[in-house]
Design a protein around this ligand. Structure first.
Ligand code: ZN
Length: 306
């Protein structure tokens, strides 16, 4: 028997990562369903994360992409920061309205035994700590909210954040499945919100539905796409897709932008750099790129900041 690759299904025309925005229950619910496998894979490749760090970073990247897309204006920027006392130390994720997302883990090489349930121990890696949500919506200072981590599994922590800081009943599901070779097999998530005025009985029905809903990565392993998962979860509430966006891992750092950081360190520090090293290398934590500033460049900055 001969096996042939399915015609026309080359890697480059496989559907990429995306988020769909849906509305249900006559506008009383809004929901976002995302597949982020390529995005999380890209982050894992850049940061060379261990499986537990990949799972943690992948979950927060997925949440970040969705919450970025949930923002109102094109220029709005969202940053999620988790700081914990566990061996991972923390995570930083930043996302725009176009669902472009970037992020890193403080200690990407953390290794931990599996949890008692045989899962990657994200909660153990993060430990006790805080989740901060920083929204830069063009005001003088960004708006930020902070809540204590409740489980350290990230989805529950975000649910807690939405309920406490934004007074919005929200269900968050995030899933990252790591393969035996440490690559990302599946990644995705959804965020579902009840809007003001949503009747109690609808909220109750949804809660029941969520309680018995299968794990996201299990559904993705069966080949389910975000729209399938939307129909499975919200079909009986009369859901419709409103719009969608591609999701990409991308960093917007540039030589210019990074040089502003260098200018910001001040004359004294710059003089010290010149004396001690003669040059400076700044590292972008988000994408791993190094920017080198030679002696002539630093002298020029010093001249200009006289
Ligand atoms: Zn960068």
């Amino acid at each position: 028997m001969l096996f042939f690759a399915p015609a026309g299904k080359k890697e480059h025309d496989m559907p990429k990562d995306y988020i769909i925005h849906a509305s249900a229950a006559d506008g009383m619910m809004r929901a976002f369903f995302a597949v982020t496998t390529d995005t999380v894979s890209e982050a894992v490749k850049i940061h060379n994360t261990t499986p537990v760090a990949s799972a943690a970073l992948g979950r927060l990247l997925t949440a970040g992409a969705i919450m970025g897309f949930m923002q109102k204006n094109d220029a709005d920027q969202l940053t999620l920061i988790i700081r914990g006392d566990g061996p991972l130390g923390g995570l930083v994720v930043s996302a725009g309205k176009d669902a472009t997302v970037k992020g890193y883990a403080y200690n990407p090489d953390v290794e931990l035994p599996l949890s008692r349930q045989g899962k990657l121990d994200v909660a153990g890696a993060l430990g006790k700590g805080y989740l901060s949500v920083i929204r830069d919506i063009g005001l003088k200072t960004p708006v930020s909210g902070q809540t204590e981590l409740v489980t350290g599994e990230i989805a529950e922590d975000l649910t807690h954040y939405f309920a406490n800081s934004e007074q919005t009943p929200t269900a968050v599901a995030l899933g990252v499945l790591i393969d035996r070779d440490c690559s990302v097999k599946q990644a995705g998530g959804f965020i579902l919100q009840l809007l003001p005025g949503c009747p109690e009985e609808i909220a109750g029905e949804l809660e029941d539905k969520l309680a018995e809903f299968p794990p996201l990565t299990a559904l993705m392993e069966q080949g389910k796409r975000p729209e399938d998962i939307m129909h499975m979860l919200l079909g009986e509430f009369g859901c419709t897709e409103i719009d969608r966006s591609e999701v990409n891992f991308s960093c917007n750092c540039t030589y210019d932008r990074v040089s502003r950081v260098l200018i910001g360190v001040g004359r004294e520090e710059l003089n010290k750099i010149l004396e001690e090293d003669g040059e400076a290398t700044l590292h972008c934590h988000f994408c791993g790129k190094d920017y080198n500033f030679d002696q002539a460049y630093i002298e020029e900055i010093l001249k200009q900041t006289m």
